[in-house]
Ligand binder design. Structure first.
Ligand SMILES: Cc1ncc(COP(=O)(O)O)c(C=O)c1O
Length: 448
């Protein structure tokens, strides 16, 4: 028998398998608060909360205890056919009270992708229930990330999520992303750009026929597409078009939900009134796989009528509404409430902003942006390092013990909520010094 071949045994997500064979992945062995440690004991601060999803860090003791207590009481039960864990009922009531508008109904799933798959299925079910049986298509944006399932990957706007998988599917229509910095025309103001995006959406809908389109899905602030924050007026303009054409709006809050942009939900930050809202990640601080779709009264009641007609609602997953996940989610909500989450995130966000203000002075920086604790530094693709600059700075930061998320020439920052102000300053200092080290920019400033 040969040596175990770790990389070859494990087909790694979003990784080139041949690169992983040549260079084994960095194995993370343990954590302590916002830090993780590799086999050599080197510490890294994860400044993007792993996959934007570990707001309480990597050793959240209260969640460990909540999980253990629940496992001692009821380690598993389902919500099928007339039963449900009591603790899941408690979580449902708590979420319904917290969610904006009349998003009063929840359906539980286990991953972000599954929540998006579910919302897409619900959109069709809803339209069928209304007798609008031709309304099948979905609209998603360039640069969107909605997951890795068949439909959620089809809605995702990256070619590398489609290549080799026979994606995207036929029923997906694509419209422009709200990236004012890169996509605005010369002289266009933010509001004019938002209006143009709305006009383009209106034209797309008219071209294909509103009566063929079920729903539009969008992240209130786009994460994996490069932390694209909506420009002035964007969501108001988009919503007006969707309402006029009787098209559902699904807010994908899988990154944004539970505080990231400085309100409980980003739909509140950007004044969005979605018909459905997907959530995951911060819901259980990712220590337990749990996600959900929230629905408005109208969506729920319409779906429930058709399900009543059929005699059942033919959709569900074994681990949906898991009692251990529910216990963890309830404990997360307690912790978030105790920390006065929106206020806390805005306070730490201001600290990120002041670090960004210094970084923005460095010559190679094209843009810095931040809403709450969701931030980014963007570099131009022109210049000596071209499209490689983001990767090089990201690698330098790793050498200095901080993980940022590199998305082309964007470096994303989304620290855990438990990060202290001093740690925010250290993260921003590592970003600054990594830029200086790679590009030689601002050396005199950095040396002070
Ligand atoms: C906005 C958004 N939607 C959906 C997903 C998919 O979630 P998951 O990886 O849990 O399937 C992600 C993952 O990052 C996401 O950012």
């Amino acid at each position: 028998m040969g040596e175990p071949k770790t990389a070859m045994n494990h087909l790694l997500p979003f990784t080139d398998p041949s690169a992983a064979d040549a260079k084994a992945p960095l194995e993370i062995v343990s954590g302590d608060g916002i830090r993780v440690f590799d086999r050599q004991g080197k510490a890294y601060i994860d400044a993007v909360s792993a996959l934007w999803c570990s707001p309480l860090g990597f050793t959240p003791e209260r969640l460990t205890n909540a999980m253990a207590d629940q496992m001692g009481q009821l380690a598993y039960y389902h919500s099928f056919m007339g039963r449900t864990p009591a603790i899941t009922t408690r979580l449902t009531a708590r979420l319904a009270a917290l969610l904006p508008g009349d998003l009063n109904h929840l359906f539980f799933t286990t991953s972000g992708s599954e929540a998006v798959e579910t919302a897409a299925k619900f959109a069709r079910y809803y339209q069928n229930a209304r007798g609008r049986t031709d309304k099948k298509r979905m609209i998603a944006r360039d640069g969107a990330y909605h997951g890795s399932g068949q439909v959620s990957a089809a809605l995702t706007g990256f070619g590398y999520c489609h290549d080799g998988f026979d994606l995207p599917l036929d029923g997906v229509l694509r419209t422009g992303r709200p990236h004012f910095l890169l996509d605005a025309e010369p002289g266009e103001s933010e509001i004019s750009f938002s209006r143009r995006r709305a006009r383009e959406l209106d034209e797309l809908i008219r071209h294909h026929g509103a009566d063929t389109i079920a729903a539009f899905i969008g992240e209130p602030a786009m994460g994996a597409g490069g932390v694209i924050l909506p420009p002035e007026g964007y969501w108001a303009e988009i919503q007006e078009v969707l309402t006029r054409h009787d098209i559902l709006l699904i807010a994908d809050e899988i990154i944004c939900g539970f505080g990231r942009t400085g309100e409980w939900f980003a739909s509140q930050t950007y004044d969005i009134a979605p018909d459905m809202l997907t959530m995951a990640k911060q819901m259980t601080a990712s220590v337990f796989p749990m996600s959900a779709v929230a629905m408005s009264d109208q969506v729920h009641n319409t779906i429930a009528d058709l399900a009543g007609h059929y005699g059942t609602f033919g959709h569900g997953v074994t681990y949906g509404g898991h009692p251990v996940g529910a216990a963890v989610a309830l404990e997360c909500l307690d912790i978030y409430e105790e920390m006065d989450l929106p206020h806390h995130v805005r306070k730490l966000g201001a600290r990120i902003q002041s670090g960004l203000a210094r970084i923005a002075q460095l010559p190679p920086v094209l843009d810095t942006r931040c809403h709450g604790m969701l931030a980014a530094v963007e570099f131009p693709e022109t210049g000596p390092f071209g499209a490689e600059l983001g990767r090089r700075i990201g690698e330098e930061a790793i050498r200095r013990g901080v993980f940022f998320r590199t998305i082309g020439n964007v470096l994303a920052i989304a620290p855990p909520y438990i990060t202290t102000e001093d740690e925010i300053d250290s993260i921003m200092q590592v970003m600054h010094s990594s830029i200086v080290s790679v590009t030689g920019a601002g050396v005199t400033d950095d040396a002070r």
